[in-house]
Design a protein around this ligand. Structure first.
Ligand code: TTP
Ligand code: MG
Length: 392
């Protein structure tokens, strides 16, 4: 099949969130970064501020010199993360195949969605409208037959851009761009390319593979060559390979105390699920690891139909695996818990269980918000009970 990818990047993300939250800032140069009077750098700035030469990673003092009348704001990372999560959820209503690249950027596989959303211009317009309605923010979209071309296209008409590269025109599209736009080739690479007489993307397309390889090594040469022809050198491949999150505890003394093992698994479940939740990604595969006193080790895993939505679900499966694989006799030295195949790939299943997802998600949010307000540590009721019992 002919595949189609959308690369979406928010415009002036942190600054745009500040402006959406405080409309009186609209139209003004807004600079988000290190707090007033502190040394540090600009995280980002509104497009109004960019006219004065302000940009990300610049010293705040320099930004202040270039644009003294700008509104300077500190970074509110929790708020941006919250908006980011909301945006990623909206993206997933357009396709289940969303690869989050950074806090404000995602690569969407939109293959086969024409019947739902129309041609790519229509689909792009719908995504823009949806994000605008949900958050008040604008996005720039690049569309292409692979993730690499889509990524490059997304940056060409910022802000509020939409650039679609026609299938079969990838190499031609790349040729029209200056070498600086070749994603993955930074200053150092460009300088080295200049040494061998390459100053344009067309030059890179035409140079002999051997010359390139002798300068950069085979792998880098392949990257540059493919990129210059508008083929995806696999820029997000490592993200598509599914990740794991794991934790483990080694006991001070080898133990056969079932309650101890259980409460350790409980804590590991909370810890790992919390990390998964923060990542905004999903998993439906769990494993436990048990290392016995003689150092032999077993791992067991299970896979659910739908993604884990709460640490209770994680604990439930972990406990079942423990009970099925430990006789209660062999002393345990270490216990571990892992979630696997982590990605953004199980969203379709979530909508099969809307109520379950909703209530677990809500409970989770309450816990998170209490944690953030610093209202003391939330302790599970059963731990309190245990403590009380011991006191009695
Ligand atoms: P970008 O997408 O690179 O920048 P942007 O969204 O502000 O502007 P645009 O995409 O329209 O060019 O980065 C996303 C956010 O990441 C940005 O809003 C702030 C943060 N960031 C930093 O904190 N430091 C940096 O050096 C960069 C580049 C970004
Ligand atoms: Mg951005």
């Amino acid at each position: 099949v002919d595949r189609i990818f959308f690369h979406i990047d928010l415009d002036a993300f942190f600054a745009a969130v500040e402006m959406a939250d405080n409309p009186s800032l609209k139209g003004k140069p807004v600079i988000v970064g290190a707090a007033l009077g502190h040394r540090g750098v600009v995280s980002t700035c509104s497009y109004e501020a960019r006219k004065y030469g302000v940009h990300s990673a610049q010293a705040i003092s320099e930004a202040r010199r270039l644009c003294p009348h700008a509104v300077f704001l500190p970074v509110r990372m929790n708020r941006y993360a919250e908006v980011s999560r909301k945006i990623m959820i909206e993206f997933r209503t357009f396709t289940p195949d969303v690869t989050q690249i950074s806090i404000d950027e995602a690569s969407l596989d939109m293959t086969g969605t024409e019947k739902l959303w129309g041609n790519c211009n229509d689909a792009g317009a719908k995504i823009k409208q949806r994000i605008q309605e949900a958050t008040g923010l604008t996005v720039s979209i690049g569309i292409g037959s692979n993730r690499y071309v889509a990524k490059i296209a997304s940056g060409l008409k910022k802000p509020d851009g939409l650039v679609a590269v026609a299938r079969g025109r990838e190499a031609e599209f790349l040729r029209t761009l200056p070498l600086e736009k070749l994603w993955g080739a930074g200053d150092v690479t460009r300088k080295a390319l200049k040494d061998i007489g390459v100053t344009t993307i067309e030059g890179l397309q035409l140079i002999s593979h051997n010359v390139l390889a002798s300068k950069f090594g085979i792998a880098n040469a392949r990257f540059l060559h493919e990129a210059s022809w508008g083929k995806d050198p696999g820029i997000y491949e490592d993200r598509c390979k599914f990740k794991s999150m794991q934790g483990e505890r080694t006991f001070e003394y080898d133990t056969i105390d079932a309650e101890n093992l259980e409460s350790t698994l409980r804590r590991l479940s909370d810890e790992i699920f919390s990390r998964l939740y923060d990542s905004g990604e999903d998993s439906r595969t769990l494993s436990i690891k048990i290392r016995f006193s003689d150092f032999t080790c077993i791992t067991r895993q299970c896979t659910r139909l739908a993604s884990y939505r709460s640490s209770d679900q994680v604990f439930e499966d972990a406990l079942r695996l423990l009970k099925g694989n430990w006789d209660g006799q062999r002393p345990v030295r270490l216990i571990g818990l892992g979630l696997h195949d982590i990605g953004l790939h199980t969203e379709l299943q979530i909508s099969l269980f809307p109520e379950e997802a909703d209530s677990a998600e809500k409970a989770r949010r309450v816990v998170e918000s209490i944690k953030k307000q610093g209202k003391g540590k939330l302790i599970r009721a059963r731990f309190l009970e245990q403590k009380n019992e011991k006191r009695r």
